[in-house]
Design a binder for this molecule. Structure first.
Ligand code: COA
Length: 331
């Protein structure tokens, strides 16, 4: 059976840097609170008219393709993870496919929020393992800033979420390295703890002044519930991946957690007793970019030379759904 190897990684973040001080000018918050509770110092918010969900994905993909040293035409399938597509439908996968000049190949959209990139990676991995496709582009891209309630009422979410895109090129290999396993979970009992309710389809009219007035188009998060479940599920799903591969937490060379909140990452690091150099965080600069956070972090870590041949890389995520997931990769 073939294995899937990540042969290129790329990312793109909007030029527009929004610092905590910038936020404190529009909402009742302050740098100290945000840094202490989330670890975030600044984030990127898209520039209307410049960035779109699909074209941020395209830019990240182009960087990944260039770093992989392949021709774009070698890509035979696209998996695009986002919960903030440019259109209600079709998904961003086809829009990015068009921008890349890859009309004709399949393009699948994944809507699993912060776990979306690992779900996408897992699907791409299954297609490669069964030899259906040879080279797959997996992208996570998100524009969350336009769904944030930027009034005082929304301040616990609006300081966290942000925009960006990351991409990975997966290719079939006969080597025993690559993606060792992926582990996917969900529990819909908690669907409304972190969600955007509207524009939902089960309404007579999807858009109305009353609905807009109600704020149901904004992201809603029960921060305490998310935090409590995240710290348990992150650890569980990492241990599941290690047990499945008969490996120990001490075998991990680099843990790249979804950048949900620095306090969550630090908690997991403590639980797993991993030293600082074995956990990669960049939430300080980018905030929580949902499905884009893991590929942006992986791309940066790779660019900095922190991921080397033979390393054991662990990816783990938790988010809306609730969903949670992990992947172990032998680089
Ligand atoms: N600035 C200043 N004060 C704020 C604030 C902000 N941005 N947001 C909330 N507060 C205030 C609250 O109003 C509350 O004030 P009160 O005590 O006067 O009522 C106080 O801070 C504590 O609020 P609380 O919601 O209990 O804070 P918290 O310690 O739970 O932190 C989160 C809030 C959102 C940072 C925290 O719950 C969290 O990190 N949750 C996980 C979020 C996450 O990871 N989401 C991504 C999932 S993929």
């Amino acid at each position: 059976m073939k294995q899937s190897k990540i042969i290129g990684l790329g990312h793109y973040v909007p030029q527009n840097v929004v610092t905590n001080d910038d936020l404190s000018k529009i909402i009742d918050t302050n740098n100290e609170w945000i840094v202490e509770r989330t670890g975030i110092h600044e984030r990127r918010w898209f520039e209307p008219g410049v960035d779109t969900n699909a074209n941020m994905g395209t830019k990240a993909a182009q960087m990944a393709i260039e770093r992989a040293g392949i021709d774009v035409k070698e890509i035979d399938f696209i998996v695009f993870a986002t919960i903030t597509p440019d259109y209600f439908f079709p998904g961003s996968g086809v829009l990015m496919q068009r921008e890349l000049g890859l009309q004709g190949i399949g393009a699948l959209d994944i809507r699993n929020a912060c776990s979306g990139f690992i779900y996408a990676l897992s699907i791409a991995d299954q297609f490669i393992k069964t030899s259906m496709y040879k080279t797959i582009l997996v992208v996570g891209a998100e524009i969350q800033s336009s769904a944030l309630d930027k009034s005082d009422a929304g301040r616990s979410s609006s300081v966290i979420f942000a925009d960006g895109a990351g991409a990975a090129v997966l290719q079939a290999t006969d080597a025993q390295s690559g993606i060792l396993s992926t582990h996917l979970h969900a529990d819909g009992d908690f669907a409304e703890e972190l969600y955007v309710k509207d524009p939902g389809s089960s309404r007579t009219v999807r858009l109305s002044p009353e609905l807009i007035e109600s704020g149901s188009f904004n992201l809603h998060m029960n921060g305490n519930a998310v935090f409590k479940h995240a710290v348990v599920r992150f650890q569980e799903v990492i241990m599941e991946a290690l047990a499945h591969n008969k490996l120990d937490k001490s075998d991990i060379d680099l843990l790249i957690p979804h950048q949900a909140n620095l306090r969550i990452s630090s908690f997991i690091q403590q639980q797993l007793t991993l030293p600082d150099e074995k956990v990669f965080n960049n939430i300080m600069h980018y905030g929580n970019t949902t499905a884009a956070s893991i590929p942006i972090a992986m791309s940066e870590a790779w660019g900095k030379g922190l991921i080397k041949e033979g390393d054991l890389i662990c990816l783990a995520a938790f988010g809306s759904g609730f969903t949670w997931a992990s992947a172990l990769i032998r680089w």
